[in-house]
Write a new protein. Sequence first.
Length: 255
Amino acid sequence: MKKIYIYNKCPEMEDTIFYPEPSIKATPKWWKKLPFLNDFDDVSRLGYGMDKEFLNNFKKSKNELKTSTIKGCPAVLDSVSSGYILRAWCDIVVSVNDIYEINVTETPMINDFNPEKGVPTHFDSQEMFKSQEIIKQKSIPKVISPFFVKADPGVSILVTHPMYHFNENWSTMPGIVCIDKYPVQLKWMFHWIGKPGNYIIEYGTPLLQMIPIVRQKVKLERSKEKIENLYTKCPVLQVQKFLQSSWEYLYKTNK
């Protein structure tokens, strides 16, 4: 098994910082509260044009079926559970003025006690993207974490916004980082998408998601095989087919 190794550059913070943890342990709060199946208490969940009489008949049916919420989507489950989550190691203050000049500071002033960690820096977004229509903020903050990572040969990490951790103010900028040559310090770069003002990104907030990638060559080929022949290999498609046929049966018998 390939491994990723993590190093804490600031041992003085050892008792207070969050080490990156498996994403499955840091799923979004809304995800944890969401049921796996719809309960059909709301007629609208059955689609437009559904009357209450049919709904009652449907509930009384011995073949009652329930549709799944987004928790039933394997792709979403893999998204929220893959890799590791890096949380904020302290409160992070973000100040954005009316022309989207941005300033980032960390509280408490941990850099006064851990100068080796490094202070937040900024990239000139207009120099990098050439247009404020793409990135409206004047600069792109790069906030230095206390952690370095290094991996076994052939391993990189996809760094991205924590998947399905919806946020109306900021979005982590994605990138693929090669970490098998030498230790790389984890940095949080983000795009400000909210309104001007003063904000606090609280200690413990998920900042970014790291998904390991084992680098290998992959070739994309066109296939002449009929897609229908592959349906039997996909349990999700089989379940959907069963639900559709059962739904059609219930609709016809209760119409």
